[in-house]
Design a binder for this molecule. Sequence first.
Ligand SMILES: Cc1cc2nc3c(=O)[nH]c(=O)nc-3n(C[C@H](O)[C@H](O)[C@H](O)COP(=O)(O)OP(=O)(O)OC[C@H]3O[C@@H](n4cnc5c(N)ncnc54)[C@H](O)[C@@H]3O)c2cc1C
Length: 547
Amino acid sequence: MPTHEVFNQPPALTGYDVADDAAMLSALRREGAGWAEGAVRELGRLAGSAQAQEQGRQANENPPKLRTHDRFGNRVDEVEFHPAWHELMTVAVRHGLHAAPWRDSRPGAHVARAAGFYVWGAADAGHCCPISMTYAIVPALRQAPGLAERFEPLLAAPEYDFGLRPPETKRGLLAGMSMTEKQGGSDVRANTTQAIASGDGSYLLTGHKWFTSAPMGDLFMVLAQAPGGLSCFLLPRVRPDGTLNSMRLQRLKDKLGNRSNASAEVEYDEALAWLVGEEGRGVRTIIEMVNVTRLDCVLGTATGMRAGVTMAAHHAAHRTAFGRKLADQPLMASVLADLAIESEATTMAAFRLAGATDRAVRGDEREAAFRRLALAATKYWACKRAPAHAAEALECLGGNGYVEESGMPRLYREAPLASIWEGSGNVAALDALRALMRQPESAEAFFAELDQAAGADTRLDQAVIRLRKELSDPSEARARHLAEAMALALQGALLVRYGDPAVADAFAASRLAGDGGSSAWGRAFGTLPAGTDTAAIVRRATPAVLA
Ligand SMILES: Cc1cc2nc3c(=O)[nH]c(=O)nc-3n(C[C@H](O)[C@H](O)[C@H](O)COP(=O)(O)OP(=O)(O)OC[C@H]3O[C@@H](n4cnc5c(N)ncnc54)[C@H](O)[C@@H]3O)c2cc1C
């Protein structure tokens, strides 16, 4: 005899289309990649399938293992992954979420890739790290045209070919980035790794790196001190003659989240590398890579927010408490709507930046200038919002959200990472300030973007006036405030021009109105002003479960 009936639990959230996301789809079309909608929807259905979710779970519950030596005592420096990791990587590479858009001349190719990255990341965030670094290495590598000619076709090839072999013998390559050392990550000029010219045009690198993720990649962009100063190098994991390059994996990090992915401490002992760009211009060279991974930090954050609010809205649509569905309880509706507003605003900014990237790559200097400032500010603010967003989404599931198998703990542990990577919060905010002060064309392009929304909403107009006033006396100590205000103004401008009217109105009422009165937005999610059309907003975040 059963002891009890299970009821008032939601159906599993599987078999849905992650790409069924109105804010993302309209941004995809607006930014010039409407042609990719069919492929994005296909990938969205795959990401929402029970199979992909299971692969994400398995890859995280069976984290990678380091094997430094073989049974005979020879160094092998290999990392072993669960088969689910390889499945996830295969899908990502087959769908061109890595370097493929660099070899695709269609306008919007980078936006199409951004949409794929956004939806597929819902299956697992960890494997997106090597995918992102492989995407990002190309603009930096192009500063060494000979190396780009050799490796770019393989970096862009839609083939996931795992294993340590000479790069040119593989069907497809993956890349990584090796900058951070024990004594400093943000301040890379403090790097101590030495590069010595070997006489044949190559260099030998000796030193250590404190964080190098995805160490089973084939090529790494490494910073090291050459005679001419800090320089950027391309380091192959296996030398062209087939011998293992001396990139020794010391340990894998035991990380808070991002557990499917491996992040290693490495030592280089006269490791072969090739110079990229000029000696002494390492930071300037590698920044081309960092800027692209920053875009993925924003996209990945948008993915996490969308996943969180989708899971929360799904739960609340099916769970009853005190005689009503949770979604129909006015206070829960306010929490869910607030989470959905944050998620849509982040998605819209992320896609505007993906569009700017696409146009900048094709030579649009104004878009490049816009992106310079808007990306730094948005990277700061979107990533800063992620942990609070994940915590609140988790709480919508009550105790179930605190339990591993709900998927919420994984989302929550992942949430702070994008803010640390590629310029931690303060560094990103200071970078926005630097762009503002030193690159007037960036500030001009940024404000021209805001001006296009002028007159549409008085709360936005007032926020832009306050922002301009603050800019007249900028200071380092206020850089976070400034970056936040810039990011909010951009999100507001995009929403009033292109967003859903209920979302745009609630965003302006909560994030931009500076009245501070009793109807004002509070500091936690779920404090939207009375009169907000929460039901309409929550509907946009509630997934349709197919079967
Ligand atoms: C999971 C994971 C994977 C990673 N993978 C890689 C990788 O593949 N390759 C790689 O090179 N690195 C990698 N990193 C390292 C990461 O990029 C660095 O941790 C990050 O850049 C910060 O550097 P740091 O840890 O040395 O901290 P620090 O530079 O010491 O910074 C500490 C704090 O001080 C703040 N700060 C720094 N400068 C200033 C300033 N001027 N004013 C005010 N505040 C300041 C920072 O914002 C931060 O909050 C990874 C990190 C993690 C967590």
